[in-house]
Design a protein around this ligand. Structure first.
Ligand code: ZN
Ligand code: ZN
Length: 614
């Protein structure tokens, strides 16, 4: 009888412990293996799964491969031969702690690594737990093949913790999507139970890559953006207002071919979409940032990964204004397609317009109630739905939140004069359903939502007046008395300066009453009392929100109130004025809540409905 070899045992236990931290689920294994394949300069990476990887994961690449002697070194703990210079740290850091994961995977599975550098004879090693059980020569092309079978077979608790196969597969798909988007010149194939789940062509064509990842509808609605300054070069594709999603996961930020998460950069993207798509909706974006690695400061903690950029503020502004400009220069007319009209089959989540058309709404539905749906005030709801296998924890992101930048003010967007504005081609036909204005656009039929259109005009007017240093005001012939509660009066007094900056001059009238003597010029007639009390209430009740957000929501709210409601008759002269004003707007195609103001139905679509064309 021999004594147990304590060293061996403790090593095994250590591996198991660290495996629990590093290898959480099949996706963690796929991540490590695919990243190794990328490091080996592969142009083709194939991921084959059985039962979403729970039974087996195979990653096959055509990279430079390893010799017989190199393979065991690669599997050794802390084989971080990859860190050579300090700039490597960025790569290492974004990919997780390299060199730790392979031994961990090895310790909780049956693993076989085969690799070949000459295209004739490769070599394989076969392990069970961490124990070598077989090795030998194997014929194979240049590259590496790693097979991981029966993951967590020796850690049943971990195995029990796994989700359903479809959830595990979605984790892996999301992961490969992101990696593929960061590596457009590598072809990825993801196969589960012999079925191709996802495939990219590796041709470096970003539009087709986004199409392969997110579907044709997304690919058709992309706009390209590009810009650079002394330090950064940014470029990519992002969706118009026709397509958006309910979470931020579709905004991909790629830095020097590494996908990263950084809330500040993410908000730089979403800021460009303010009032173009609804609050709480997000574009589908691929943003590539190229820069010298020394401009990126990576702070690695065991649980956190912080990425800071030199001149980050300037970078953020560049991103917001570049994407903003591209959006504002694009004709964002919402185009109704047959699929919108035939609604039965479509999922409502992905296409909100469908819901609006579909629902048999009561005739007198209030605009406000429609738009609450579109404008849930959740800007400060910052929880990210990123997958939990990522290196960064979400709490950290919340601390990072910084709304102090008034991105709105910084997007200096010049309204571009189109050669011929769409609005110049419109001939008014008449009002339909007392809500929609029909126009003959020469080739196509246009519908304008009278409320949404007017709201956009009002919104821009109010928003611009908020931006002014001081607002022009007029003295009221008959001052207005407003009542507040005892607790509100001190808050109002405290905000006096801000209120007066907006053009509202008041003085206390004793008790809970204040008296308004002057009001801003832009307030529409007969709305004085309502607007003033709305503004004051909004100011004192949103102390904790940043100013830009507070004014933004106030402008939306007021513009909604003032604008002509649905189910209201409108005079021809009013239509003319409305279209004229809309044409002058910075963003005429959406209401401030992100609903379309203008919908186009092409003659082709109409002919299809009448079966004139097939
Ligand atoms: Zn409204
Ligand atoms: Zn609206």
């Amino acid at each position: 009888m021999s004594l147990p070899t304590i060293n061996e045992l403790s090593k095994e236990i250590a591996n198991l412990i660290s495996a629990g931290e590093v290898v959480e689920r099949p996706a963690s294994v796929v991540k490590e293996l695919v990243e190794n394949a990328i490091d080996a300069e592969s142009s083709n990476i194939r991921i084959e799964l059985l039962n979403s990887g729970i039974k087996k994961i195979t990653v096959l690449d055509n990279g430079f491969g390893m010799t017989k002697d190199q393979i065991p070194v690669a599997i050794k703990p802390h084989a971080t031969s990859k860190i050579k210079t300090s700039s490597d740290l960025f790569n290492i850091a974004t990919l997780g702690f390299r060199g730790e994961a392979l031994p961990s995977i090895q310790s909780v599975s049956k693993m076989r690594i085969s690799s070949c550098t000459d295209g004739v004879n490769g070599y394989f090693y076969q392990y069970k737990s961490s124990e070598l059980i077989d090795e030998g020569i194997t014929p194979m092309p240049i590259g590496t093949k790693v097979e991981v079978e029966n993951l967590f077979f020796n850690t049943p608790a971990r195995l029990k913790h796994l989700s359903t196969e479809s959830v595990e597969l979605s984790h892996i798909t999301t992961l490969i999507n992101r990696i593929a988007l960061a590596n457009p010149n590598i072809s990825f194939t993801l196969i589960n139970n012999n079925k191709v789940v996802y495939q990219t062509d590796g041709t470096n064509n970003l539009i087709s890559l986004m199409g392969q990842t997110y579907g044709l509808d997304v690919a058709k609605n992309l706009i390209k953006f590009e810009n650079k300054n002394d330090l950064y070069h940014i470029n990519g594709y992002t969706t118009t207002n026709n397509v958006y999603r309910s979470n931020k996961n579709y905004i991909n930020i790629v830095i020097n071919n590494r996908i990263i998460r950084n809330l500040n950069i993410l908000f730089a993207v979403t800021d460009a979409y303010k009032s173009i798509i609804p609050v709480g909706k997000y574009p589908i974006t691929l943003l590539e940032i190229k820069c010298d690695p020394s401009l990126i400061d990576v702070n690695v903690h065991p649980t956190k990964l912080e990425i800071r950029f030199t001149d980050e503020l300037i970078l953020r502004e560049m991103i917001t204004s570049t994407i903003g400009k591209c959006l504002y220069q694009t004709s964002l007319v919402y185009e109704a397609k047959e699929k919108d009209i035939k609604i039965e089959t479509h999922d409502q989540l992905e296409n909100p317009y469908v819901t609006l058309i579909k629902e048999d709404e009561p005739k007198n539905i209030k605009e406000e109630s429609i738009e609450t749906l579109w404008d849930e005030f959740d800007e400060d709801n910052t929880d990210l739905d990123f997958d939990d296998f990522d290196d960064e924890d979400d709490d950290k992101d919340d601390d990072d939140l910084d709304f102090t930048i008034d991105a709105e003010a910084k997007v200096e967007v010049q309204k571009v004069e189109f050669e011929e504005s769409i609005f110049d081609t419109l001939t008014y036909i008449g009002q339909y359903h007392k809500t929609y204005l029909l126009f003959d656009g020469g080739n196509d039929l246009y519908l304008v939502d009278q409320h949404a259109a007017m709201e956009r005009c009002m919104y821009e007017k109010i928003r611009d007046s908020f931006k002014q240093e001081s607002n022009k005001s007029i003295e009221l012939l008959i001052p207005i008395k407003l009542e507040f509660s005892v607790s509100e009066i001190p808050l109002i007094n405290e905000k006096e300066q801000e209120i007066s900056k907006l053009g509202i001059k008041f003085e206390p009238f004793g008790g809970t009453t204040i008296i308004i003597r002057e009001i801003p010029l832009w307030i529409p007639k007969n709305f004085e009392i309502e607007f003033i009390s709305d503004i004051i209430n909004h100011l004192i009740n949103n102390q904790n929100v940043s100013k830009s957000i507070m004014y933004e929501s106030l402008a939306k709210k007021l513009s909604c109130k003032k604008s002509i409601k649905a189910n209201t008759f409108i005079l021809d002269s009013e239509v003319k004025e409305l279209i004229n004003n809309l044409k002058k707007c910075e963003m005429p195609y959406t209401c401030p809540h992100g609903r379309p103001t203008l919908v186009k139905i092409s003659t082709y679509e109409i002919e299809k409905m009448f079966k004139r064309v097939i």
